[in-house]
Design a binder for this molecule. Structure first.
Ligand SMILES: O=C[C@H](O)[C@H](O)COP(=O)(O)O
Ligand SMILES: C=C(OP(=O)(O)O)C(=O)O
Length: 352
């Protein structure tokens, strides 16, 4: 008996990123959408563009068909509100769990614990390409340090989640990602760790990572100037004006000039999806009153409101979340209109 791999049950090779990139190459449409959106987001974060970045979409993607239908509907709203909002679809394939549970489409695309990761990566890349082809930019959470190699070229904005913001590995990863990156405050509400993450990711790092060909290499990153914090609540919500002002003090102390994103869901909604409307209303009021520190927000929304238990694909409600509960599309439509009006009101404040 050797001393290595004593707790490893299997090692199954999968395709390297280069194989998938060859199968679904970046199209000209996607390339220009991703580049222009990253630019627009950077300008919003650094307050060179007075619009609001809105990341809206399902808590997790489990069914590419409904995700694509959502993208088609969101494409219309993106166009409609383009003067006031930069709308990006939340396309989350990797789910961090509090303990255990379904870890997302890449990890288990068939929802049956068969863990066909090769298929998951294929479906995820193809879907991102299709969504970009519709003219809708995508935002993803980078949870796994390796899987991004398979699809990061199709991502316009990325998140590091509440459970990983304090992780050095994720900060290093963020320092080399091409898109702007948001860092959530910790699950208990600690905003300092998100501000620390922005500073850490702004610096260059040197670390090991697999290449597109699947070999291990030493990567040297340039650092990511487009890092920002995301207020997602903790022991209590932190979307109100006082919490935003407190967060700004934390950013000022570290000379961080990027604005704040407010996540309407998670601990800010106290996991009651309809509370997102209340959070959205508060954001709209703060913007209308002239707040320039809030530059962005996140909405968990799907075609059908609520959530359902994970089950056999054939018995699932089409277009409804299997992770956190989401608001439905009609409410999303109203919420985006409210936010667009609030941005217009904020402009009027400035003009006065
Ligand atoms: O966004 C989804 C969930 O809030 C997060 O992944 C944690 O989920 P869990 O507490 O159900 O595991
Ligand atoms: C898991 C998520 O959020 P958080 O990291 O804030 O819990 C999420 O946005 O899907």
């Amino acid at each position: 008996m050797t001393t290595a791999n004593q707790r490893i049950r299997a090692i199954d090779p999968i395709q390297p990123p280069s194989a998938l990139l060859l199968k679904y190459p970046l199209s000209g449409t996607a390339e220009s959408l991703v580049n222009s959106t990253r630019n627009a987001i950077s300008n919003i974060l650094h307050k060179r563009d007075d619009r609001l970045l809105v990341i809206a979409g399902p808590c997790s993607v489990h069914d590419p068909k409904s995700a694509l239908e959502y993208a088609k509907r969101l494409a219309e709203l993106r166009q409609l509100h383009a003067a006031d909002l930069e709308v990006v679809m939340r396309v989350y394939f990797e789910k961090p769990r509090t303990t255990i549970g379904w870890k997302g489409l890449i990890n288990d695309p068939d929802l049956n614990q068969s863990f066909n990761v090769d298929k998951g990566l294929d479906v995820a890349r193809k879907l991102l390409l299709d969504i970009n082809q519709l003219g809708v930019p995508a935002g993803c959470e980078f949870l796994d340090a390796v899987t991004g190699q398979y699809y990061a070229d199709l991502v316009s904005w990325g998140a590091i989640g509440a459970r990983t913001t304090e992780s050095q590995i994720h900060r290093e990863l963020a320092s080399g990602l091409s898109c702007p990156i948001g860092f959530k405050n910790g699950t208990k509400g600690d905003v300092d760790i998100a501000a620390d993450a922005v500073i850490a990711a702004r610096a260059p790092h040197i670390f090991l990572s697999p290449t597109e060909e699947g070999t291990t290499a030493l990567f040297t990153t340039a650092g990511n100037e487009d890092g920002h914090i995301i207020l997602r609540g903790g022991i209590q919500p932190n979307y109100d004006a006082k919490s935003v002002a407190d967060a700004i003090k934390i950013l000022d102390k570290r000379s961080i000039d990027t604005g704040i994103m407010i996540d309407m869901s998670h601990a800010n909604s106290e996991k009651q999806h309809r509370n997102q409307l209340k959070v959205g209303q508060s954001i709209a009021e703060q913007l209308s009153a002239g707040n320039h520190d809030i530059v962005s927000c996140m909405i968990e929304s799907h075609l059908v409101e609520g959530k359902q238990a994970i089950a056999d694909r054939s018995s699932l409600v089409y277009g409804q979340s299997i992770t956190d509960a989401c608001i439905g599309f009609d409410d999303t439509e109203d919420l985006l209109a409210t936010l667009a009006k609030a941005v217009q009101a904020r402009r009027q404040c400035q003009a006065r």
